[in-house]
Design a protein around this ligand. Structure first.
Ligand code: TRP
Length: 337
């Protein structure tokens, strides 16, 4: 475990039970870069997962799977605290207090809320938890008084709300929260769908052939990359007019650490077919050790529960301090001992 003087990193993600290459390059691999220099808290936000219709038994399974995947991707439990949000008392409690400071209109204007609640038209039930989602996320962040909160571009508005709420709390009561700065990695490879390279690779893509999952078998990876859409012409070159080939170049570059220029030079004169085979092998080489580690731990519930417990204990220790301070400032009577 990291020593107390190190800066604190906190980030969270939903328990999807599946990760694709875009999640890996855009998020999880980036998180591993903090392990040796920061005290790290990585949360699996199961309480956020119930803001849309879901199946309880699947949620539970997904939490185990997501945890095993994170460990397999290199988030070693010896170097970071991996925890489930619902195991730490304080997230929902702080969300309540922050919610009482948060103007209703600001929540109604959040783009994710507007997008997701539009599904009411399809008959999807929309509960108030969805409206409250960003307040719970603000609580996740502020409860740890973290120095760094790495998130993707799609979370910008949520982190801005978190900053507003931290400032509002500090002004209303007294200085309590560090106002988190936005930490959106600019250089993170933006991986697109193999079938529509103008769109982000996404788990909810109706065309699943465009999505490379970390647990896809090598032959599935090869098949998906072989069927990836390419562009007219025959040159292997990164270019706005060649989104398909550009995406494959980014995937291979992120998988191997070789630069785009280096790859363009290496495949000058190659056919698309040969290039695609090389891309596929680079992805298979990257994923094989991750899949092996996953296989070794994913069925070991005892081990995973031990990791969850250690993570939750450490997270709780830090969260408790902030929660007690906040409760006192909010005017709650200290719990009699
Ligand atoms: N909303 C984030 C997402 O969908 C997940 C999340 C919840 C989060 N709480 C957080 C991310 C706290 C960073 C910090 O990706």
């Amino acid at each position: 475990m990291s020593s107390a003087e190190q800066p604190v990193v906190l980030t969270c993600a939903q328990p999807t039970g599946q990760l694709h290459l875009g999640n890996y390059f855009g998020a999880v691999r980036n998180w591993t870069s903090f392990l040796d220099s920061h005290e790290c808290y990585f949360g699996i936000v199961d309480q956020h997962a119930i803001t849309m219709p879901y199946v309880p038994a699947e949620l539970r399974q997904s939490c185990y799977k997501t945890l095993a995947l994170y460990i397999a991707c290199g988030l070693e439990p010896e170097k970071c605290n991996l925890f489930l949000q619902s195991h730490v008392i304080g997230h929902t409690e702080l969300a309540w207090i922050l919610g009482c400071l948060c103007p209703l209109g600001q929540l109604e204007r959040m783009t994710q809320y507007k997008d997701k609640s539009a599904r009411a038209d399809e008959g999807v039930f929309i509960g108030s938890g969805l409206l409250y989602y960003p307040v719970l996320m603000a609580a996740d962040i502020l409860l740890y008084n973290a120095d760094v909160v790495p998130v993707g571009e799609d979370q910008r508005q949520h982190v801005e709300l978190t900053r507003d709420l931290a400032i509002k709390f500090n002004a209303t009561y007294s200085d309590t929260f560090k106002v988190p700065s936005l930490n959106i990695p600019k250089h993170a490879a933006r991986i697109k769908s193999l079938q529509d390279p103008t769109r982000k690779m996404s788990k909810s893509d109706p065309n699943q052939g465009g999505v490379l999952y970390l647990l896809d078998e090598p032959n599935i990876i090869r098949k998906k990359i072989k069927s990836a859409v390419t562009d007219s012409g025959s040159e292997v070159r990164a270019d706005d007019e060649k989104p398909g080939i550009t995406n494959l170049l980014h995937i291979m570059s992120a998988s191997t650490g070789r630069s785009i220029e280096e790859l363009e030079a290496a495949f000058a004169g190659s056919q698309y077919g040969a290039f695609k085979e090389a891309v596929a092998e680079s992805v298979v080489d990257l994923l094989t050790p991750i899949q092996e580690r996953y296989k070794a731990i994913s069925e070991d519930k005892k081990y995973l529960e031990g990791v969850m417990k250690a993570g939750a204990d450490a997270a709780q220790k830090r969260a408790y301090k902030v929660l007690s301070k906040v409760s006192r400032k909010a005017g709650f009577v200290e719990r009699p001992r």
